[in-house]
Design a protein around this ligand. Structure first.
Ligand code: PA5
Length: 461
């Protein structure tokens, strides 16, 4: 297994507010308590995201379905939002070759292009529907609850288009939803639409290794068994209660400690690898929606995750990370080895500004810049960690995702919150549902979705 966490720059004397040698015993015991809390909760069966052995049959059904439709569709369109879309986006970016959707069918091995519609902006949906040939399209509707208005609205739009085109819906739609409950399950049963189950004990943002992520991945020919094998290997490596030996525990504890004891609650995730760049927004959702809560004492707690991309954001956010408020940690995410490297030609040897670059490579430059940014942050007293994974392949990406999910459940215990719920998003949903006339949107809510008082606006023509 090839995963490394370098946390040197979270410690003293490398950074002034870092962990001192004398702090480790107390941190180890905080971690043991958090680990005990997670184990007690796990015994109730709620952490289905890591019980991948029990999902083997459904995974086999996903694989068989994907093999069965190989060559039939030119485009796969995923409709989903939040935990029902970010995992598929991260897997697409990490594991499919660059510019997948721009490649010809032959270059894609007759696998479909993959579009993930994670918003209801009419411009985007209308643009996609104009571009694709519906008769050669499979639409994957993903909603664990089967009740998310954004996804259901998209589904209605697409279904009407399919019916208008006289296409059999059961051959152009597939659902990923609760095994028993919800509108999508009922429609699938009624119309004979194929449907895959999200286990009830797998939460939305923890569901990438269920059919929520594996179905889109398998349809594009990705190895979902390797993805889950890597995740299982990481799961097994992050189950112990010894802080120094648990990579998920270390990540969670160091982040929590930086926040609780050093006022560093802004947690930047900064991949230095285009393959891993969409892991950052996936992590942002996981960390934010799981940990930003009201704790048992009624306190508002939780870190603020920030997505960044290296070296692109060296020319943007890094100024803030270096000289802005000292309230951040930066986690660099990098590959041990990229798939391929591109040598930089020895041209313009006489030019001081660029001659020296000849003979190096773009991969080397990427890596040097990652180390240089970490070094610069350390010199400015700003803490960072570096997560390195062996390669951008299914096994390692599955391992990385499990690493961060395990860290999130442990961080939940450290922050004293339930990482699996999201009560804070309910009111906004109710307000929107009420305004649109949902029959079960609950007790009447005063005012409109936007405001209960006269609005104050300034218009500039
Ligand atoms: O993490 C979560 O639970 C959420 O982000 C959900 O994934 C999101 O709200 C979509 O929910 P659903 O899959 O039920 O449509």
């Amino acid at each position: 297994m090839a995963f490394t966490l370098d946390f040197t720059a979270m410690t003293e004397p490398v950074v002034p507010a870092g962990v001192r040698e004398a702090d480790w015993p107390a941190l180890a015991s905080h971690f043991r308590a958090a680990h005990r809390a997670v184990s007690d909760i796990a015994a109730t069966g709620v952490y289905g995201y890591r019980e991948l052995e029990q999902q083997g049959d459904e995974r086999a059904r996903v694989g068989a379905f994907a093999r069965g439709v190989h060559g039939r569709y030119e485009d796969v369109v995923v409709l989903g939002i939040g935990g029902s879309s970010l995992g598929a986006i991260a897997l697409r970016t990490a594991l499919l070759p660059p510019a997948w959707n721009a490649r010809s069918g032959a270059q894609r091995g007759e696998r479909p292009r993959l579009h993930v519609m994670d918003n209801v902006d009419p411009r985007t949906i209308a643009g996609l529907l104009e571009m694709i040939e519906l008769s050669r399209t499979l639409v994957v509707v993903i909603s664990k609850s089967g009740g998310t208005i954004e996804t259901l609205a998209q589904y209605l739009v697409v279904r009407e288009r399919l019916e208008r085109a006289g296409l059999p819906v059961a051959q152009h739609l597939v659902f990923v939803t609760d095994p028993v409950k919800g509108a999508l399950r009922a429609i699938a049963t009624r119309d004979g639409i194929p449907a895959f189950a999200v286990p009830p004990n797998v939460g939305g943002r923890f569901s990438v290794l269920s059919p929520v992520g594996t179905l889109p991945a398998a349809l594009c020919g990705l190895d979902i068994e390797a993805l889950c094998a890597g995740a299982l290997a990481m799961r097994d490596a992050t189950m112990g209660d010894v802080l120094a030996q648990n990579a998920a525990g270390l990540f969670a504890t160091l982040q929590w400690r930086a926040h609780a004891q050093a006022g560093q609650g802004m947690h930047v995730m900064m991949p230095y690898s285009d393959a891993l760049r969409d892991l950052a927004p996936w992590f942002v959702q996981l960390w934010a929606e799981s940990l930003g809560k009201v704790d048992a004492d009624g306190l508002n707690v939780g870190p603020t995750p920030i997505a960044s991309v290296g070296p692109t954001d060296q020319h943007s956010q890094v100024q803030l990370f270096m000289e802005g408020p000292a309230d951040k940690t930066v986690t660099f995410l990098r590959l041990e080895r990229g798939a391929e490297d591109v040598p930089i030609p020895r041209l313009e040897a006489g030019e001081k500004a660029l001659g020296f670059l000849g003979g190096h490579s773009l991969g080397e430059l990427l890596d040097v810049e990652c180390r240089a940014t970490a070094g610069a942050l350390s010199r400015a007293g700003r803490p960072s960690m570096t997560m390195t994974i062996g390669a951008a392949d299914a096994w390692h990406v599955g391992g990385l995702m499990m690493w961060l999910m395990q860290a999130t459940t442990l961080a939940g215990a450290l922050y004293g919150v339930n990482p699996l719920d999201q009560p804070g998003v309910e009111l906004g949903k109710r307000l929107a549902n009420a305004e649109l006339g949902h029959p079960d949107s609950g007790a009447p809510i005063a005012g409109t979705a936007t405001s209960t008082v006269a609005s104050r606006t300034l218009r500039v023509d």
